[in-house]
Design a protein around this ligand. Structure first.
Ligand SMILES: NC(=O)c1ccc[n+]([C@@H]2O[C@H](COP(=O)([O-])OP(=O)(O)OC[C@H]3O[C@@H](n4cnc5c(N)ncnc54)[C@H](OP(=O)(O)O)[C@@H]3O)[C@@H](O)[C@H]2O)c1
Length: 269
């Protein structure tokens, strides 16, 4: 490994965040991870409390790392959650919460991280999107929207930061077995199931795909390799071959054909 870097990761209490923190700390990096509840210690990882919906808490988390280290070489925006259900049956409050956690949570952190990286003369910013940020997924519409927002923001940010030695990298995972499935909040209204008769089956297959998906340690290995690169690529799809293929198909097939494939996969009428 090259020299130890100061790395701040959001959401290390479980899933990808935890696996990345374990891997990067084992490589000798100085890893800081945000949590919002008591969790088992990870050797070499310093926990920082942060609720991504709370600007003061985010600012204080960044300040805490800077007070200790004076710099942040790598920032990984990982914290996030999913709200599921037909768009029509998602409350406005839940829709807003989805965008606030996944998109604005990242924006809040980067509001404080970008100026620091610019002043220190460089850094790496890794943001967790999803394959759901590359195609609108049925019954995960607001989740997809939050990840599309991350994609648009990062595309612009990358251009603005050209020549400043700051890399902006999108991580686009497919299905992985993490705490994500259990923490998803899905519409439970009986009418959601009668108005959208395929919803229950689709949700079951979404959850099955996640829980039988890849292990977060697989992604952590890839992310560690991306961080070690002098010039990382702009985005990395980390998934099964089948899911990578779906992204290619979306790019090359006429839109109605691709929509028909997705509809068939999700057993929509
Ligand atoms: N698993 C997949 O299949 C998959 C696929 C594509 C993309 N992703 C993305 O990967 C990222 C990590 O998810 P995961 O799969 O590792 O799920 P996870 O195991 O549920 O981990 C999510 C992490 O985010 C934290 N978090 C959630 N809401 C937060 C908030 N309001 N403030 C602070 N922290 C918050 C959680 O903390 P608590 O424990 O306190 O809730 C937890 O540490 C997410 O951005 C997700 O969208 C996941």
């Amino acid at each position: 490994m090259s020299t130890a870097q100061v790395i701040l990761i959001t959401g290390v209490s479980s899933g990808f965040g935890r696996a990345m923190a374990v891997k990067l700390a084992s490589q000798g990096h100085k890893v800081y991870g945000t949590v919002r509840r008591d969790v088992e210690a990870i050797p070499g990882v310093t926990y920082v409390t942060a609720e991504v919906q709370d600007e003061v808490s985010v600012r204080e988390a960044v300040e805490q790392v800077l007070a200790a280290e004076g710099r942040i070489d790598v920032f990984v925006n990982n914290a996030g959650m999913g709200i599921g259900g037909p768009i029509e049956f998602t409350s406005l409050e839940d829709a807003s919460r989805q965008m606030d956690i996944n998109f604005m949570g990242m924006v809040r952190f980067l509001h404080y991280v970008i100026p620091q990286m610019r002043r220190q003369g460089g850094g790496k910013i890794l943001c967790f999107s999803s394959i759901g940020g590359l195609m609108g997924l049925p019954f995960q519409g607001f989740y997809s929207a939050s990840k599309f927002a991350i994609e648009g923001y990062c595309e612009a940010l990358r251009l603005e930061l050209r020549g400043k030695n700051i890399d902006v990298v999108l991580i686009e995972p497919g299905d992985f077995a993490t705490g994500f499935t259990a923490s998803r909040k899905s519409s439970l209204e009986p009418e959601a199931y009668t108005a959208y008769p395929t919803y229950a089956e689709s949700l079951k297959s979404i959850e099955h795909d996640e829980q039988s998906g890849l292990k977060p340690e697989f992604l952590a290995e890839k992310v560690a390799a991306i961080i070690a690169r002098r010039h990382p690529a702009y985005h990395y799809i980390i998934s099964s071959l089948e899911q990578r293929l779906s992204v290619t198909l979306k790019a090359i097939l006429p839109q109605p054909w691709f929509a028909a494939i997705l509809a068939d996969y999700y057993k929509l009428k």
